[in-house]
Design a protein around this ligand. Structure first.
Ligand code: 5GP
Length: 211
């Protein structure tokens, strides 16, 4: 049987460059499946329904919660965001490494539910650089940028909950580092319990006289 895929959670401050990182990772390697979240926020210019997000009403979002169709969900700056369950479960079973690009509350819920998930935190090299990127993106008003900066300050208190820190100063290096960390996760003993048990069993019965 194909080995079950890894569940990797990628979080980071808004403006840390997670979107670009994800795009590049998926372009370079074909073992990844990026989960598409449902959200109640409005699409930004250039975003398409079913590509960046499933854009849904609050009513639809509530229904997804009630029907237990989300792995996790959280509120972020006045809107709801959640991870649809079916896609994650199916892709992992197919052996794909599934990436959830979600904020910290959701990441912590995923870790509780899937203790073997790998949690990665992406940050720009400095807080000043974060501000520069958020303003440079030009997609949000000053008020929204400030709300996101405030949220970044809150999220920063939880960074130690993540397994690894990725400093996104150079996209190329950061993508490769992320890929290596996720691939290393495949070697963790927790993903090879069948093999470990088989080895234990065989070792118990080995006898040099039978050579
Ligand atoms: P944005 O509005 O910039 O696309 O996303 C805002 C924040 O919501 C980001 O930190 C993003 O990682 C997070 N986010 C996106 N999808 C989900 C999700 O399904 N669950 C949770 N908990 N957070 C999400």
């Amino acid at each position: 049987m194909e080995q079950q895929g890894i569940l990797a959670v990628v979080s980071g401050f808004s403006g840390a460059g997670k979107g670009t990182l994800m795009k590049e990772l998926l372009r370079r390697y074909d073992n990844y499946a990026l989960s598409i979240s449902a959200t109640t926020r409005q699409p930004r210019a250039g975003e398409a329904d079913g590509r960046e997000y499933f854009f849904v009403s609050e009513e639809e979002f509530r229904q997804m919660i009630e029907e237990d169709r989300l792995v996790e969900y959280a509120q972020y700056v006045n809107h709801y965001y959640g991870t649809p369950r079916d896609y994650v479960v199916q892709q992992m079973a197919r052996g794909k490494d599934v990436i959830l690009e979600i904020e910290i509350q959701g990441a912590l819920k995923v870790k509780k539910r899937f203790p073997d998930a790998l949690l990665l935190f992406v940050t720009p090299p400095s807080a000043q650089e974060l501000l520069r990127r958020l303003v440079g993106r030009g997609t949000e008003t000053i008020e929204v940028i400030n709300a996101r900066l405030k949220r970044a300050a809150e999220e920063a208190s939880g960074m130690e909950a993540y397994d690894y820190l990725l400093i996104n100063d150079q996209i190329d290096r950061c993508v490769e580092e992320m890929h290596r960390l996720i691939q290393l996760q495949h070697r963790r003993t927790a993903y090879h319990l069948d093999f470990l048990n088989q080895m234990r069993e065989e070792l118990r019965h080995l006898d040099a006289r039978n050579l």
